[in-house]
Design a protein around this ligand. Structure first.
Ligand SMILES: NC(=O)c1ccc[n+]([C@@H]2O[C@H](COP(=O)([O-])OP(=O)(O)OC[C@H]3O[C@@H](n4cnc5c(N)ncnc54)[C@H](OP(=O)(O)O)[C@@H]3O)[C@@H](O)[C@H]2O)c1
Length: 241
């Protein structure tokens, strides 16, 4: 029954008989890891999927996944200049174990594209992470957040991007691309122009001095956000363990 996991839609919607990379979106809560791992392995043996990926797995989750017979070529996680929590544990673990870090939300949903200069301007659905106060509608982390530090950090990155005459989105994506362990980046694009700019950003080299400056500028926010790699939940309720 579990073999159905979306496979039936493949032929109809994607016109293909197999999936290149099939990812477990979040660590399974209701189904034992071993059962999921076995199903994935079977799908792979049947040729329905080529590679197995995981997403939002912390180091405990990954250890359990491997102990239960799971494999993974990649771990898809949220990682960007404003959210460097994965650097504490997840990225080093992935590097040591030869698991590609596949990044989501590389532009922090547009915050790193220079679109907004105050929290009030940010669309509601994009201000639910731990950066924002628990008083913002839609948040569930119950924390104070660090809105001032977040906006100050955005402004500092913006100032550097203006000084270098490099668009902020380009600078942010280039920084990410040069982080060790990052193998792929999924960027959300609203238009053809955004996509073209983003592809160009990923092809360009970045001066190591600029990389260090960006690390320095974003370090206070990295320290504030800490090791919890769940952008939306406090440490106690974090789904990424
Ligand atoms: N595995 C998971 O749990 C998980 C969670 C979240 C997301 N994801 C994946 O990650 C993907 C990317 O995340 P995301 O789209 O939420 O965030 P994102 O890639 O950080 O931000 C995308 C937004 O940035 C703006 N943007 C992109 N390129 C730009 C450019 N060149 N100039 C100016 N603005 C630019 C656009 O904002 P405007 O719309 O304002 O123009 C766009 O909608 C998603 O499609 C999804 O597949 C996975």
């Amino acid at each position: 029954m579990r073999e159905k996991f979306g496979i039936v839609f493949l032929r109809k919607r994607l016109n293909t008989d197999y999936i290149d990379l099939y990812q477990i979106h979040w660590p399974p809560k209701d189904i034992p890891f071993g059962e999921v791992a076995q199903t994935m392995k079977k799908l792979q043996e049947q040729g329905k999927i080529r590679h197995i990926g995981i997403s939002n797995f912390g180091i405990q989750n990954m250890q359990e996944w491997f102990n239960q017979g799971g494999t993974a070529v990649s771990n898809q996680i949220g990682y960007n200049l404003l959210f460097r929590s994965p650097e504490y544990e997840i990225v080093p673990f992935c590097r040591e174990n030869n698991i590609g870090v596949l990044v989501y939300m590389p532009l922090m949903q547009g915050l790193l594209a220079g679109c907004w200069s105050s929290v009030e301007e940010i669309p509601l659905l994009r201000r639910r992470t731990r950066h924002f106060s628990k008083n913002r509608p839609g948040t569930r982390h119950g924390e104070e957040g660090c809105e001032r530090l977040t906006i100050e950090t955005v402004q500092a990155i913006h100032a550097l991007s203006q000084h270098l005459e490099i668009p902020m989105a380009t600078l942010s994506l280039s920084w990410l691309k040069w982080q060790k362990g990052v193998s792929s980046i999924i960027v959300g694009c609203r238009s053809k122009a955004q996509m073209e700019n983003n592809i160009e950003a990923l092809l360009k080299p970045l001066d190591p001095e600029v990389l260090s400056l960006l690390n320095e500028i974003t370090y206070p926010l990295k320290r504030y956000m800490g090791k919890n790699a769940d952008m939306w939940e406090n440490e106690k309720n974090a789904r990424i363990q």
